[in-house]
Design a protein around this ligand. Structure first.
Ligand SMILES: [Zn+2]
Length: 428
């Protein structure tokens, strides 16, 4: 099969021939009749998400492996890492293999389970990291995401343990006592609204400690959803030391700010903007964009966090934290990073495919589009303009902060090892 007339990483138009799931040939005009007209779309390596909540097992009312990966495919993803805060928690070889098998059976992209760091995410006792690594799921990313591994001794042990199989600990950096009852970013607006503040230092203190711990034991640390300018400074310092530390930023932290809690198109105190970590200030957003551009922050990860309507459409203090993100991620990154001139499409491919696959140690994903590479390809039309309609999402949940907004770009097609999962914007 040929994909005709696409611009690889935004370059000159070319055709791509796919055979047996790999890229067999790339050229200006390839022979052969069977094919798909790319209509000048940009071709990117299939996107890889290091941070997705698929909710199965346990909260199938919010999302399943099937609907979550349909949502991923619609967003241009060919692989996702499924976070461990399910019910039961993915803290044993049995549960990660269950998620891995669901992925093999029902998924529209590759599913790589993340293993919990501690039993039940309770922060008391290390989970069976080695058994999860040796399981059929071959787990390499471990995280208590949703909760912070705040005990320094446990964090040290986890960092030491994962070295044996080249794993990485992905930390949700949130000092629990500093954020007890916290509702939104601590600042001018939380003060005015009378909501309990979530100070930047609660994130920064954990990141600083964990960078030091990772350096001390010579292990690999990944920092989830960095949200503050101060965190960027700490990461810059850790990287200048040559330490093995990587970090992610979410699309929403690249675009949205805490003043939306006070005033927004959907009113004040709308829990659609309630997220962990919270939306921060304009200055933080600017620092995060600059850090993603200069490599201080390595990747974009969605933190796709589906919640059913009844958990979000309630009063602010009772509402669940989180936003869906898979189907809007690339558009938001285009808006925040490409339209602003901070990144080109090659830079986007690095940060949303190549490097996340490398951090997760995925062999068959995140590869440059060249002859011999697996045909994991996303076709994207950056000139399209799309009004976000949550009712059209493939996700089971609708909790997007972008409802009604017009965002740039549209995923035209997604190919997983040569097989289309999305064509003309629709699931195959
Ligand atoms: Zn988190």
């Amino acid at each position: 099969m040929n994909i005709r007339n696409v611009r690889i990483l935004g370059g000159e138009p070319a055709d791509i021939r796919i055979a047996d799931g790999v890229i067999a040939e790339i050229g200006p005009r390839l022979d052969g009749r069977e094919g798909i007209d790319g209509e000048g779309a940009i071709a990117l390596p299939g996107l890889v998400d290091l941070h997705t909540h698929l909710r199965e097992p346990g909260r199938e009312d919010a999302e399943t492996v099937q609907t979550g990966t349909q949502s991923a495919a619609r967003g241009g993803y060919t692989a996702v890492h499924a976070m461990a805060n399910t019910s039961p928690v993915a803290d044993t070889a049995g549960v990660v293999e269950q998620v891995w098998r669901l992925g093999r059976e029902f998924a529209h992209c590759d599913v790589h389970p993340v293993g919990a760091v501690t039993v039940g995410l309770e922060g008391r006792q290390l989970a069976e990291l080695g058994a999860m690594a040796d399981s059929a799921a071959r787990v390499r990313v471990f995280s208590d995401d949703g909760k912070c591994v705040d005990d320094a001794v446990l964090m040290r042990r986890a960092l030491e343990y994962v070295k044996a199989f080249d794993g990485v600990v992905a930390q949700h950096a949130q000092e629990p006592r500093l954020t007890s009852g916290a509702q939104m970013n601590e600042g001018v607006i939380s003060g005015r609204l009378g909501l309990t503040g979530w100070p930047a230092v609660a994130e920064e203190a954990i990141i600083a400690r964990d960078c030091l711990l990772a350096a001390h034991v010579g292990s690999r640390l990944h920092v989830c959803h960095v949200s503050t300018a101060g965190s960027v400074e700490i990461l810059r310092w850790a990287k200048s030391k040559g330490w093995n530390v990587t970090a992610e930023v979410t699309p929403h932290h690249l675009l949205l700010t805490d003043d939306l809690v006070e005033e927004s198109p959907v009113g004040a105190y709308n829990p659609i903007y309630k997220v962990n970590p919270p939306l921060r200030t304009r200055a933080d957003v600017e620092a995060l964009r600059a850090a993603l551009a200069d490599g201080t922050i390595d990747i974009v990860a969605t933190d796709h966090a589906p919640h059913p309507v009844e958990d979000k459409e309630t009063e602010w203090s009772a509402a669940a934290m989180g936003m869906v993100g898979l189907e809007t991620a690339l558009s938001v990154v285009q808006e925040a990073m490409v339209e602003t001139g901070l990144l080109d499409w090659a830079g986007v491919a690095q940060r949303m495919s190549v490097v996340p696959a490398r951090i997760g140690r995925l062999a068959g994903q995140g590869q440059t589009l060249e002859v011999g590479a697996p045909a994991n390809i996303t076709l994207y039309d950056p000139s399209a303009r799309t009004k976000v309609d949550p009712a059209a999402f493939a996700s089971k949940s609708r909790n997007t902060p972008y409802e009604g907004m017009t965002l740039p770009g549209r995923v035209v097609a997604t190919f997983l090892r040569g097989r289309p999962t999305v064509l003309e914007g629709k699931l195959v």
